[in-house]
Design a protein around this ligand. Structure first.
Ligand code: HEC
Ligand code: HEC
Length: 398
């Protein structure tokens, strides 16, 4: 503002003024917008990045086992009206403020109570202990935060074993790029399979592009990170394409860095190892199973558990197969005003590519959906198109 008015005051260069205005406008177009600038009727969750806002919607839907359409008029159709208030939406907004007050008044502002704390997958929270549950088989529900377990191998030794299993320090140091192709199914198989192009460049660039067939008319699914900025384009989504600005940006960086395992020890800090446990491959939805036979796992593995922290409160838990030493799962938690937002990436079907073990099956699951990716060709150290790590190119009619 100041520099603008100074320039106006000189009164000589109208052209310069117009130029300044245009660049100011351009700048504001390029600056990522916050929730209440992008959406029309945001009252409780103002001033947060779009990725974080959509994360809160995921938490709400997951906590109550709702679809978007349980709170939003016509969600899932072309006539959706996200801004319109429904009775449930109004209740949910009240609960956002309630949760903030509970945490403020009882836990010194620490975010210990979230929608999940009470709701746990149901619209009306349970009130009374159920005898059958108390004496039944317990399900494993690990804490988000791992504390060092006395009997566990040290984080360093688990990470070293992984580096060794992946190909060893020397070979991994020579890994400069990855370029892969395959197929994917997303969102419960809607629209059939897409073709996948996955590229990565050391140390921290990665882009996963799922291109759906033109006749499905659903647009592409792209996650790109260029070492500094991150972008997501999601088909059938509220905002279509948005720049990552919240903790999804830090998560995207970790995803990219994990493509190059040799550097794993330096990408996070404050490493801890928890008690070894058993994890089961995320089952693919049945609609995916019919399209992508190879994508279903459901196998159990005994794993070593290691957690590190990243910038801005990012928590990343890594699960390493005790048998092979390889990374089977990355579970990362971003932050939002109503609780942590989990993203889980499962890796399977490791094969040798020029002396380095790389996963040919990747399941990327977040609160609002999942992509099951099966790669059939991975090349290492080939040139990759660097523009594909930046903002996704405009959609081409295909
Ligand atoms: C439990 C109810 C609930 C569910 C389920 C839910 N939302 Fe929301 N949604 C809300 C509330 C409450 C707001 C308003 C938040 C505020 O006022 O800060 C909102 C606002 C929005 C907005 C902003 C609309 C505007 O223009 O003001 C969008 C977009 C949105 N939700 C998308 C989604 C999507 C996508 C899903 C499914 C993944 C979803 N929501 C699921 C309760 C819900
Ligand atoms: C301290 C416990 C608690 C927490 C935390 C909590 N809720 Fe609730 N919520 C309830 C209870 C209890 C009800 C049922 C109220 C009733 O039946 O009148 C409810 C009902 C609801 C309903 C109405 C469901 C229906 O039947 O249509 C919505 C929507 C809702 N909560 C959203 C949320 C969201 C979103 C959050 C997190 C921001 C949240 N709640 C956090 C206890 C909680």
């Amino acid at each position: 503002m100041n520099s603008l008015s100074v320039r106006v005051a000189t009164g000589i260069a109208v052209a310069a003024f117009v130029g300044a205005l245009t660049s100011a406008r351009l700048e504001s177009q390029q600056r990522p917008l916050l929730s209440d600038q992008v959406f029309k009727n945001v009252q409780a969750l103002k001033g947060i990045p779009v990725d974080e806002f959509l994360g809160t919607m995921g938490i709400m839907a997951a906590s109550l086992q709702f679809d978007c359409s349980d709170c939003h008029v016509n969600a899932g159709t072309a006539n959706v009206d996200w801004a319109a208030d429904t009775p449930r939406k109004i209740t949910a907004r009240r609960m956002v403020n309630m949760v903030a007050a509970i945490n403020q008044n009882n836990f010194g502002g620490r975010q210990l109570v979230t929608c999940w704390t009470c709701h746990r997958n149901r619209d009306k929270p349970l009130m009374t202990p159920i005898i059958a549950t108390i004496y039944g088989t317990p399900t494993i529900e690990p804490d988000d935060v791992v504390t060092q377990f006395p009997g566990a191998d040290s984080p360093e030794s688990i990470l070293d074993r992984y580096i060794q299993a992946s190909g060893g320090t020397q070979r991994l140091a020579g890994l400069t790029s990855i370029s892969a192709r395959g197929t994917a199914v997303s969102f419960g198989g809607f629209g059939g399979g897409g073709t996948v192009e996955l590229i990565a460049k050391a140390p921290d660039k990665r882009s996963t592009m799922i291109l759906f067939k033109a006749e499905t008319n659903r647009g592409d699914q792209i996650r790109a990170y260029d070492g500094t900025t991150g972008w997501v384009r999601t088909p059938l989504n509220v905002v279509g394409e948005f720049q990552l600005l919240g903790s999804d940006l830090d998560g995207a960086r970790v995803d990219a860095q994990l493509s190059f395992p040799g550097q794993i020890k330096s990408i996070l800090t404050n490493w801890k190892s928890g008690p070894p446990t058993t994890i089961t491959d995320l089952p693919a939805p049945t609609s995916q199973a019919t399209v992508l036979q190879g994508a279903i796992g459901n196998q159990s593995h005994v794993v070593d558990v290691v957690q590190g922290t990243g910038p801005r409160g990012l928590l990343v838990t890594l699960y390493f197969d005790q048998q092979t030493g390889l990374l089977l799962r990355e579970l990362r938690f971003g932050l939002s005003p109503i609780g942590r937002v989990p993203t889980q990436i499962d890796f399977a079907d490791y094969r040798d590519v020029n002396g380095i073990k790389l996963p040919f099956r990747i399941t990327y699951a977040w609160l609002d959906g999942r992509d099951a990716i099966v790669l059939d060709d991975i090349r290492t150290n080939v040139p990759v198109d660097e523009t594909k790590f930046g903002r996704p190119a405009p959609l081409q009619p295909r």
